[in-house]
Design a protein around this ligand. Sequence first.
Ligand code: SF4
Length: 452
Amino acid sequence: MEPLHILKERKAQIHRKGDAPFALECNKDSLAGAVSQRACVFCGSRVVLYPIADAVHLVHGPIGCAVYTWDIRGALSSGPELHRLSFSTDLQEMDVIFGGEPKLYKALIELIDRHQPKAAFVYSTCIVGLIGDDLQAVCKRVEKEKGIPVLPVMSEGFKGNKRAGYKAACNAMEKLVGTGDTSGISKHSINILGDFNLAGEIWLIRDYYQRIGIEVVANITGDGRIDDIKRSHGASLNVVQCSGATMDLANMMEERFNIPNIRVSYFGVEDMAESLYEVARYFDDAEMMEKARILVRDELETLLPELQQYKAALTGKRAAIYVGGAFKAFSLVKAFRLLGMDVVMVGSQTGTAEDYEELQEITDEGTIIIDDANPLELSAFIREKDVDIFVGGVKERPIAYKLGVAFCDHNHERKELLAGFSGMLNFAKEVYSSVMSPVWQFVPRRAEEEIS
Ligand code: SF4
């Protein structure tokens, strides 16, 4: 059964496992007018860069672009909190007509004098791309005058999809990497890429790595620091979480500095354990591997008995997943399985062909796999599959609540960590309390069932 309102141009981006040989179009621009759940290029850049806590982040554009602030997407810092302040050049009509460069120059000088940041990131937005301000020239001039890196982020909102924003962010960071002193870095050292420390998860992950004898050189970018990124080329390995956001930087570091990378996920028990084992395997160090095994065993001894009570209540419930990067979706499918639940729909904003291939391998027959969805499609599939809980981000929350379905935020607005072993317990508790809440008996969806 296919919902009637799927636009014909969208059909190739939706697959129902088992109906036909697997084929899914992805990684292309969103269909105009389809109201994609994706954010723009600029937002992609902000997601990656703004957790760097000791830099100024200046949005060159109209004030509306700058609304995407720390308040919407928290990223915790163990030190400076300059990233929590939002700055914009607030371009007006006159700037659009005569150019915004003078305003940008003035704003940068004032911000650097006032806040003494370690670096400044300057984000280009749609209007700046249209009027043709020379962002790079202004940044270069200020960098020379102030003696700190002033990095243009070429993230004009219209120039592609969110992945282009990730790339623009990585290009900006590339200019920092290789400029710091690497003396004293251990040979068992890594950079953590792709975690943004929304709820403190990078502290937990760092602790796991340190417990097995690994030095973490740079967090890229959760709880990030400019000086750490500058010396991150001294690490032996890049450990990249998720598939999208920081992969371009990891590839560049492999090319320029010969630092290999591995892809991991910290969500769910299996993937968390595998992340530690994989790093230990890379260093080919028996003692490190033994420490990793002990860590996993100790954590599981506490966690698994606690999960049982939630599993008993949740077995057979149905979940739908729609997240930014597909790598997180893999882990969520496994995490739901551990809780005895069935994943009936799974999709992402930025998955690649290989990501979706893997997703269809790990999902059950009948599961809907969807790329770059819109609210109408998501609503239709949630209804059709009679979903008990929907996992997504800030833009998916209203879809779930309007349909009377439980929701778990696995993105921007989360305040409790879901990564690692303790994160799995938090996840189980949250899913349990949301799915089993008595409130759902009063929502129209369930009330209609009662009547019929
Ligand atoms: S950059 Fe463009 S698409 Fe992005 S928020 Fe600004 S105006 Fe909107």
